[in-house]
Design a protein. Structure first.
Ligand code: ATR
Length: 274
């Protein structure tokens, strides 16, 4: 029987992870089955326990369960502990091992797929929620010239910066405090677009040649990427590449095989093209 994996979230119906992992399995010859499972908002732990007891080998975790998955894990990878969130669970010998491949996925998309090396770059991270927290340490590990966090609630942004200050110096503040600053890379990790709102980005935020990166994706340019273009960003990229790269890293955690991501990303891009 094929090894079983699943992604748990709420909602989950539109998850692309089953298609991505099916493509990885086909390309590598790994014998596995991967499905999308809806967990009740107050029933995540029970859903995971049931899946593991039924022989599940591992699971991905998405909104809104990543912090709970972290608490549920008996052991954590260093990157999951730093993120305080888990998107990849492995069930082994009655234990749950928690890992987080989101930040690695983002960095790999930036550096490998988009050919945007991070060393020496000035990076601005917008947002201070779970999505932002998950990528701070991997971004710092890529040795940028600076990392600045801007958040609507500036105190929350500053608290996030303080919690990573032992890795490398980083700064934080409000959106208003961005006036007069410019960056080579601006990453949107807020959920503003879900609320139908635009971020208050000042003129001059994007340095010449700057890349705007939205961790969200959808059909066509996201609201953030449209806004970034009007503010002078030279390039834009959505989070589809990060989605595929975090999946590839999870596949590696589980199977010890690194699938090729380019064909899978190209196929997803084709499906999403308007
Ligand atoms: P996630 O896990 O996706 O990061 P979250 O923890 O709820 O979700 O965080 C959402 C992030 O989007 C936060 O940084 C939030 O800013 P606040 O901390 O000030 O709430 C940000 N956000 C949500 N709606 C926003 C809006 N309309 N404008 C600016 N930032 C917004």
């Amino acid at each position: 029987m094929s090894d079983r994996y699943a992604v748990f979230g709420n909602p989950i119906a539109h998850s692309r992870s089953p298609a991505i992992h099916a493509a990885f399995a086909a390309a590598t010859g790994e014998d596995l089955r991967y499905e999308a499972l809806l967990a009740p908002v107050d029933g995540f732990a029970a859903a995971i326990a049931q899946f593991a007891a039924a022989g599940g080998r591992g699971a991905n975790v998405t909104v809104p369960f990543k912090e709970e998955a972290c608490r549920l894990s008996h052991r954590l990878s260093e990157r999951a502990a730093q993120a305080g969130a888990v998107n990849t669970l492995t069930f082994r010998d009655g234990e749950i091992f928690g890992d987080n491949t989101d930040g690695t996925g983002l960095v790999r998309d930036l550096v490998d797929n988009l050919a945007f090396p991070l060393a020496g770059r000035r990076i601005l991270l917008l947002g201070a929620g779970g999505a932002a927290r998950g990528v701070v340490a991997p971004l710092l590990a890529a040795r940028p010239a600076s990392l600045h966090i801007a958040n609507r609630n500036a105190d929350k942004g500053r608290a996030l910066a303080v919690s990573f200050a032992d890795i490398a110096p980083l700064t934080a503040g409000s959106f208003a405090e961005l006036a007069g600053k410019s960056f080579d890379l601006v990453i949107n990790a807020t959920s503003a677009s879900l609320a139908g709102e635009n971020l208050p980005l000042p003129d001059g935020l994007f340095a010449p040649g700057a890349l705007a990166y939205d961790m969200m994706y959808g059909q066509g340019a996201t609201p953030f990427l449209q806004l970034a273009r009007t503010r002078g960003a030279a390039r834009g990229a959505d989070g589809l590449g990060m989605l595929v790269e975090q999946a590839a890293e999870a596949f590696y955690v589980w199977r010890g095989r690194r699938p090729e991501t380019a064909p899978v990303l190209a196929e997803l891009r084709r499906q999403l093209s308007p």
